[in-house]
Design a protein around this ligand. Sequence first.
Ligand SMILES: [Ca+2]
Length: 548
Amino acid sequence: MCRFLVKTLANSQRLFGSRRTLPRHLLHQMTALAIPAFALLVSQTLCSKPLKAESNEPPNIVFILSDDMGWSEPGFNGGDPELTPNIDKLASQGVQLTQFYAHSVCAPSRGALLTGRYAFRNWMDWRSEDFGKPSYLKKLGLTLAKNERGEETRRIHALATDEQTIAEMLSEAGYFTSITGKWHCGEWLPENLPMGQGFDHQYGHYAWGIDYNHYTIPHNAPAKYAVYDWHRNQQPLQEQGYTTDLIANEVVRLLTERSIANMQQDANQPFFMYVPFNAVHGPIEEVPRYTDQYPARQAALKCLDDAIGRIIGAVDQNGFSNNTLVVFANDNGGLTEEMNHPFRGTKNTTFEGGVRVPCVMRWPGRIEAGTKNDGLMHLVDMLPTFAKLSGGTVEGPYKIDGMDMSDVLLKGKPSPRTEIVFEVGGSVRLPTIRSGDFKLMGQALYNIKTDPTEKNDITAEHPLLVKKLTDRLNQLSAQRPPLGEKTLLMDPPLPYVYGQAENKQAPDWLVDLVETIRKTQPAEWAPGETPWPQAPQGATMKYTGDGR
Ligand SMILES: [Ca+2]
């Protein structure tokens, strides 16, 4: 709260004299109106302002991240345009980044986005839940931890708190910051939750996925594994609805609140709204709409597109269009090669199908509409780019990997990036590096420019380059910090709700709901079986379950 007050005060001073001032009598009349009418009036008042005068203000940023969407699922990449009309419309209004990369699985990508650093640098290439899985722990020479009562449990692993996050950087620059959706950077200790990592407002879930309708998640416990994981401002939240719709509802509400707050405070505090949807990650079970027309996953995709359309509609209706950078990206490739067509590979592999993701950015009047840019870009580049646009300062204790891409986006200049580090030694996936047109993945070398579908291993033709890139990967692997002791444990091993403090005071309704669901779940797993897929073998990953 203290940080928020200091920040708000600083921001008010910084923005004193903002042009967004309405006459007092008009403001008084307007506050008596219902929110929709008010928002419409705001929209009409602000939209008519000349674009150029806005250009030096720090932009609002709405960063929408889908989960496990395949490269070719949006219409603009060859998918069925009936499923993604709103995402396609956004692409037509901005720039499509055709070589935008992520890491190959959820948590590493989120850590990279938040810190501007590759996942291996802070062990975010290991997910929090991996520290509860014997087959993963074995790769680190570890076994399942036991608590004082001798019960097997998870070692606590999360995004380190000494990192500067994108939310902390923008907060320092005077922004209101919110996360609405999936966190996946630590689900237990308070300091590892979003409001301990720079977000003023939190809504959504902490862990790898969620049941879209009941807000529980399979925990990697031996059995009876449902854990509740739906929260607002880090308190358990009892709701009804489909999470894709609920996330959009919250963002629309926040946008309207920001619009009204700006008017009432005679100030224009910029905002960063991070909107990591859980869609279209599994488990996909009951989908509320479109299932009469499409299979469940496509219906879920269309619901996601509806939600994105509502959020962009609220950006526009509240008069934020011209001073808001809207980004749509995805965190990793889809579960099947078909979803990632024409690329090879899936989520959890570093083939192009696992790491090249759809990305569009819209900022009317600043980013040329309907354009494409094939410059190399990675999620790590967002932090320094947003710092440049916001007037913020990159000041964490570590050197970041990200590069400022503002001139690429706003001036059409070539990307300064020539290298992307996807994985190094010590990961469960193959060490992989992109250098110029080439990509070394384990022992295989591909020319991504001439062979984007990675059909031809050309190691034999380029022995010197293979040696050079292998040396580079070895050099980077040596930069991985020590893991540390990992003595903190999740206790109890199977909580009712994620969030240590929330679980201590779990309300009756929550306990009853979780107990009801657990009664439907297996008492124990068959020997050798787990509810999660095993670690990738070499360059491939076979998904038979819900995509963890
Ligand atoms: Ca994902």
